[in-house]
Ligand binder design. Structure first.
Ligand SMILES: [Zn+2]
Length: 136
């Protein structure tokens, strides 16, 4: 999915909750992809939609933010960042390639799409991807 779709989906869903949390959520919504660039920059390149796209890691980080971090200031910002990451992973999971479930499994997670099919109606840049962004 394109970054603009990730940003629109994460930003619009978060704005309903608290518009002040939109910036950290948007940064988190692009993080799984730009973290790949950072790893490449530091000499540790990874394949796209692999180690930075674990559904379990982003989900646990978000839940930890909700239940373990203080509900103000930096805690709220970090939780919003992780929420953005969760939205990124869930929307990438709509692609045929899916996303990895955890570092301890080679299974891929798919959301609203059958990963065994020839193509996803949600593919990058598709009309449905844009419609989802518009609805969010
Ligand atoms: Zn991604």
């Amino acid at each position: 999915m394109k970054w603009v779709n990730h940003v629109l989906i994460a930003g619009s869903v978060t704005a309903v909750y608290d518009v002040r949390l939109v910036p950290p959520t948007i940064i988190g919504a692009t993080a799984p992809d730009w973290m790949e660039w950072v790893l490449k920059f530091v000499g540790r390149p990874v394949k796209h939609r692999t180690v930075t796209h674990y559904l379990s890691v982003w989900s646990l980080a978000w839940l930890a933010g909700i239940f373990l971090l203080p509900d103000n200031g930096l805690g709220t910002v970090l939780t919003a960042f992780c929420w953005g990451g969760v939205t990124h992973i869930l929307t990438d999971a709509m692609m045929v390639s899916g996303v990895p479930l955890s570092p301890y499994s080679d299974r891929r997670f798919h959301f609203l799409v059958d990963g065994s099919g020839p193509g996803s109606p949600w593919s990058t840049g598709s009309v449905l991807a844009w419609c989802l962004s518009a609805l969010a």
